[in-house]
Design a protein around this ligand. Structure first.
Ligand code: ATP
Ligand code: MG
Length: 317
């Protein structure tokens, strides 16, 4: 089976208890939960049985250990996650606003994650991989950008493929070098996985169809647009496939896009047709939102299949 590698932030996530709660005053919080977009992606891919590894860095602390244990327990290759004495693992605090939007306080750039680099272990991991996945959120500092661009080049030289989820938070877009790096990654992308609004950041187009046409015209093989509870749409030249969202009770939306992406990429690498990969990915995303904590809703391949069968039976009876 093809091996997926990603590089980027490992963090713990700590979330506000109440809808509308402010992070600017004391309040009840939940966590720490293992997190970081590329870590969630790799955890989901590994849990589906896909060979998958992460290049990252954590501090020598409980937060880092929790993340490493989770990734390893679920079958991910953690040989290129380095542990730094005297540094702290990254953190992300999140509060949910009453309009459904999210507000974050990040400590990533100046955490251990900012120290990631391509050492021997990371190079060995890349030399064994077939696919590289980029999270836009991981382009948070020069060092991280360099690691990701080098990772892409190694994989492309090996004849492999690249997927890219812009996963941009408004708190991050103005970080130095971020925009330029996003465009550099896009130029090497085979599979592009934006959420609705993110699609428009990269084009002059004002609607989805023309934005997608512009992307496909730049040499991207397929664009997969994520639409939250409404599901997702897959586009390639002359082809459009839609998948409705599964009906679930949303407890915590964070991580859905990452789990969706891992589901899609894993099935795509196994040669599944887009209809099947899209439906499977939607199931991974739907299961992800049913639990508090970005990795807590990650399911195994058999669990995802059982969920799809139950939903299909439910809708046909
Ligand atoms: P994030 O960046 O927060 O992880 P995202 O914006 O990248 O998320 P979403 O569109 O929120 O991605 O979610 C990804 C996929 O997960 C959706 O396309 C959908 O298939 C599934 N999903 C998300 N939320 C729900 C929901 N409430 N009910 C059912 N499916 C959902
Ligand atoms: Mg996302």
């Amino acid at each position: 089976m093809k091996k997926i590698v990603s590089a980027g932030e490992i963090v713990v996530e700590i979330m506000a208890d109440q809808l509308g709660q402010s992070l600017a005053e004391p309040g009840l919080l939940h966590g720490p939960f293992p997190s970081g977009a590329p870590a969630i992606f790799i955890a989901q891919a590994a849990r589906l049985g896909q060979p998958a590894g992460l290049i990252s860095a954590v501090g020598e602390d409980d937060f880092g250990q929790m993340n490493i244990d989770r990734l390893r327990d679920w079958g991910a290759d953690v040989s290129a996650v380095t542990v730094h004495k005297g540094q702290a693992t990254g953190t992300a605090f999140v509060a949910y606003r009453t309009d459904g939007s999210r507000h974050f306080v990040f400590n990533i750039r100046h955490s251990a994650a900012g120290l990631m680099e391509i050492g021997h272990a990371a190079q060995a991991l890349l030399n064994s991989a077939d696919h590289f996945h980029v999270m836009g959120s991981s382009l948070f500092c020069e060092k991280a950008i360099a690691v990701i661009l080098a990772g892409i080049e190694t994989i492309k030289r090996r004849g492999g493929t690249v997927s890219f989820d812009p996963n941009i938070r408004k708190e991050m877009i103005e970080l130095p070098g971020m925009r330029e790096a996003l465009n550099q990654v896009l130029a090497r992308t085979d599979l592009f996985l934006p959420s609705g609004e993110e699609l428009l950041i990269f084009t002059t187009a004002e609607d989805e169809a023309s934005a997608v046409a512009e992307m496909l015209g730049r040499g991207i093989s397929a664009v997969i647009v994520k639409k939250g509870s409404e599901g997702a749409v897959y586009y390639e030249q002359h082809r459009r496939v839609t998948a409705a969202g599964f009906s679930v009770q949303e407890v915590d939306p964070t991580g859905a896009g990452d789990c969706f992406g891992a589901g899609f990429v894993s099935l795509w690498l196994r040669g599944a047709p887009p209809e099947e990969a899209l439906r499977f990915a939607c199931a991974c995303g739907a299961l992800a939102v049913t639990r508090k904590g970005p990795m807590e809703g990650i399911a195994t391949f058999d669990e995802v299949q059982a969920f799809i069968s139950d939903a299909t039976e439910g809708s046909s009876s």
